[in-house]
Design a protein around this ligand. Structure first.
Ligand code: PBG
Length: 325
């Protein structure tokens, strides 16, 4: 009986061998932790649809920043939940707004140890819950929204954001924010563009955490349509042409083909957002004893990196980082 010379199983014989030849690795340095901070909160408030995730107070967000820094997590992305919401989302660029204060507290706590990324959008701040300002007929006014985004980004940079991350999917948002930052003296503040962000049902739990479900309608007129892959490449190309420094695909798992296509198309740093629904599904199944949550999370994060992401925004960041110590 003859045997083939090639025997791939030779390299799978022990955990150490498998580790040695692993072609994809997930490390603490790949993780970015999304954090919610809510104005006027006395105690951290658990988010029911996202076990392990809370709405933070200013004090608890500072502690969380310290813990993440000590674990070696290199980045956080901040979302604010204001007490007051209005049509123009004025809380988003208020000098003493909730995100601005959280940025100050975190900067004070962690210095340059952790990259502070501010999500630049209006949906958490508008009373109607849309990502932009509205025309009288209820449709989103793209260009009026760009002006707001510019002002929000400048106020976040002023408050200490290292990176601003526009997530509203308005046309021209990266260019408008770049111009606003440059003219306000923040030419060195990078932009992480949510370049290919799809209109996904997987954002459900996030809207509980950020209290930003739209009052009426949906986000399909500005976020991307799930069937479209080539369009993601043009969105990425546009954002890079407008001055994006880093780009992102969101959600991650249901869009791994998009992550891979964007990876092939650009050398820019590429992030993928393992979103609230992706996290919640694993947590729910694990809580029922239907699968091993930690193992599935590791497999999912590995898949996202294997598809080509350089870094992953995930609600599991702290837990995974703790396990990786
Ligand atoms: C918009 C924003 C959303 C998420 C991140 N930024 C919500 C939306 O577009 O509806 C969703 C993230 C998640 O589901 O984890 N500011």
């Amino acid at each position: 009986m003859s045997f083939p010379d090639q025997r791939p199983r030779r390299l799978r014989r022990s955990a150490a061998l498998r580790r040695l030849v692993a072609q994809t690795r997930v490390g603490v340095e790949d993780l970015v932790a999304p954090l919610f901070v809510k104005e006027g909160l006395a105690e951290p408030e658990p988010v029911a649809s996202m076990p392990g995730v809370v709405q933070h107070t200013l004090e608890s967000v500072r502690k969380e920043g310290r813990a993440l820094a000590d674990l070696g997590v290199p980045g956080v992305v901040l979302f604010g939940v204001p007490t007051h919401k209005d049509a123009r989302g004025t809380g988003a660029d208020a000098a003493a707004g909730i995100v601005q204060r959280a940025l100050g507290a975190l900067r004070d706590e962690v210095g340059d140890q952790v990259v502070l990324i501010a999500d630049t959008c209006l949906d958490e701040y508008t009373d109607h819950g849309h990502c932009g300002v509205l025309r009288p007929d209820g449709s989103v006014d793209n260009d009026a929204t760009l002006e707001r985004y510019g002002s929000v980004a400048v106020s976040q940079a002023q408050a200490g954001a290292d990176v601003v991350a526009p997530s509203g999917m308005m046309d021209g948002q990266v260019g408008a924010i770049r111009a606003a930052l440059d003219s306000a003296g923040y030419a060195d503040t990078p932009i992480l563009a949510y370049a290919a962000k799809y209109a996904s049902a997987l954002y459900g739990p996030f809207r509980d955490a950020a209290e930003c479900a739209p009052d009426f309608g949906d986000r399909r007129s500005y976020q991307m349509d799930p069937p479209n892959r080539r369009e993601a490449l043009s969105e990425v190309a546009l954002d890079l042409a407008e001055g994006a420094d880093l780009v992102m695909v969101k959600p991650a798992l249901a869009y791994l083909d998009v992550v891979a296509a964007v990876r092939d198309a650009t050398d820019a740093p590429l992030g993928a957002y393992h979103v609230s629904g992706e996290y919640a599904m694993v947590e729910a199944a694990a809580a029922n004893g239907w699968l091993d949550g930690d193992a599935v999370l590791d497999e999912h994060l590995t898949a996202i990196k294997r598809a080509g992401a350089d870094f992953i925004l995930t609600y599991a960041a702290r837990r995974v980082a703790e396990r990786l110590q």
